[in-house]
Each structure stands twice: as C-alpha cells, then as structure tokens.
Design a protein around this ligand. Structure first.
Ligand code: HEC
Length: 239
C-alpha cells in the first residue's frame, strides 16, 4: 500500500503537467555534421539570441575553425568585436535583463543538453498571442515565460485553440493567425538550424570525434590490407 501511495505521489507532477495540456515534443531531426546548417544556425543565433543569451563556453576562434568561417565572415558576424578572442558573451548586463524581464536570460552554452533538442525545437515554435502577458505572448511548452517572441516577423502570429476539459481550459493546438515572412516549412527549417547550432555548442567535441573516426577507419583499412598481404606472403612459404 505504502508503495502504491509513493508511486502515485511520484507520478503526480507528470499527471499534473499532462492535464495542463503541454504539447507533445517534436523532433528537429538535426545533424551536427551538416556544417552549412550550423553556419546558418550560428548567424540566426547572433542576430536573434546573443543580445540576451550568452554562450560563455563557446570561443570565437573555435567557432571560426569548426564552422569554417573566414576572417572576413567572422568580422561580419561580430562587427563590434575588435579581436577574435574570448568567448561569446552578451552585450546585455544581467542587471538590466532582470529589470526588463524580471529574470536574467540564462546562458545557453549547455542548455541544449539539459533541455534536449526536442524541447528546444518545440519551445521556439510554440509562442502564441496572450494579451495578459507583458510581451503579449505566452508559450505552450514554457508557460508564462518571460521571453518575448523573437521570431514574430518570420513566423507570424499564432493563436491558441482552447477547449474546456472538466471545466479546465486546455490548449488543444495552435493555429496561424497572421502569416510571417517565412512559410511554416521554411520557419521549421530555420529553427532546426538554430537548434542544431545549440546542439553543437553544448558539445563541440562531437565534431572532432567524427573526423577522428574517419582517420581510424582509414587506418583500419590500410592496416587490414597490409596484414592480408603479409599473411599471403607467409603462407606462400608454408604451402
Ligand atoms: C529580449 C531578450 C531575449 C532574447 C532576444 C531571447 N531570449 Fe530566450 N529568454 C529570455 C529570458 C528573459 C528568458 C527567461 C525566461 C523565464 O525564465 O521565464 C529566456 C529563456 C529562454 C530559454 C529557456 C531556458 C531555460 O533554461 O529554461 C531558452 C531555451 C531560450 N530563451 C532560447 C532563446 C533563443 C534560442 C533565442 C534566439 C532565437 C532567444 N532565447 C532570444 C530572453 C531572451
């Protein structure tokens, strides 16, 4: 009996969130080895996120090297940077941020690992109009979030379709209220690039492992060939 009660208590938060009707998370299907996608994601991040969210663990030089940005491209990406040194901090003072948003915008270096790419992908696509919130938007995944909808021009506006279930208003889906500059499909792809970039930032060494993997395979192939030849050579005398 005790066990049943404990199980119920442990499951309660899960049941409670299910009841509030958060969306099921969707997968971005991103690929951290797709350098073009990472480059697009990096640009989008600098344009739309870096003003508020730093990436303290990401160094400019590393970004340049891993994503193959030329010196001119990196200067274009960060025009105010005098020398390409240090890590991606934000221009915004965290005190200002707290004054404006009530909370500081967290550093996103490692959040992709903690939150997961599905969560990020769904979160960034589920802002909807809510006149009761300070920025006029709410989010389906992160209720009452203190972040504005930074993609409103690209995505357009979404409205929540609400149904009453047991007297409780529950969001059943979001629908497009005003179109944005991008079609839904193009917007999803842009968010995939961005999430891909955050996935890479959370663990830049992922890329090295892959390129190391190639050398290991090549080594094994050559080594295999040489041993095969050697074996033939030895057996020739024995037969
Ligand atoms: C105008 C400032 C601002 C901009 C620009 C901005 N954010 Fe935020 N963001 C915030 C604030 C403030 C929070 C904290 C919200 C809260 O806790 O309620 C937040 C929260 C988040 C969270 C949740 C983090 C967590 O640890 O729970 C993620 C993920 C996020 N932002 C991603 C992004 C991405 C990606 C972009 C660029 C597309 C972006 N944000 C642009 C202010 C901003």
């Amino acid at each position: 009996m005790k066990r049943i009660i404990v199980t119920c208590l442990l499951l309660w938060p899960l049941l409670a969130t299910a009841e509030l009707g958060g969306p099921s998370l969707e997968s971005p299907g991103n690929d951290v080895y797709d350098t073009e996608s990472l480059r697009r994601g990096a640009k989008l991040y600098v344009d739309r996120c870096l003003g508020c969210h730093s990436l303290k663990h990401m160094r400019y030089r590393r970004l340049q090297k891993d994503l193959g940005f030329s010196e001119a491209e990196i200067k274009q990406l960060f025009p105010t940077l005098e020398r390409v040194v240090g890590s991606m901090t934000t221009a915004m003072d965290s005190k200002d941020a707290e004054r404006w948003f009530g909370v500081a915008a967290p550093d996103l270096s490692e959040r992709a690992r903690a939150l997961g790419t599905d969560w990020l992908y769904t979160y960034l696509r589920t802002f909807y109009v809510d006149d009761e919130r300070p920025f006029g938007v709410n989010n389906w995944v992160f209720k009452d979030v203190a972040m504005p909808h930074v993609f409103w021009d690209l995505q357009g506006e979404q409205r929540a379709v609400i149904k009453k279930i047991d007297e409780m208003p529950v969001i059943v889906r979001l629908e497009q209220a005003k179109p944005g500059k991008l079609s839904a499909k193009e917007f999803d792809l842009a968010v995939t690039d961005l999430v891909n970039f955050l996935d890479y930032v959370a663990e830049p060494a992922q890329l090295e492992r892959r390129s190391l993997g190639k050398w290991v395979l090549l080594f094994l192939l050559i080594f295999g060939f040489v041993s095969y030849k050697l074996k033939k050579e030895y057996w020739k005398d024995i037969h």
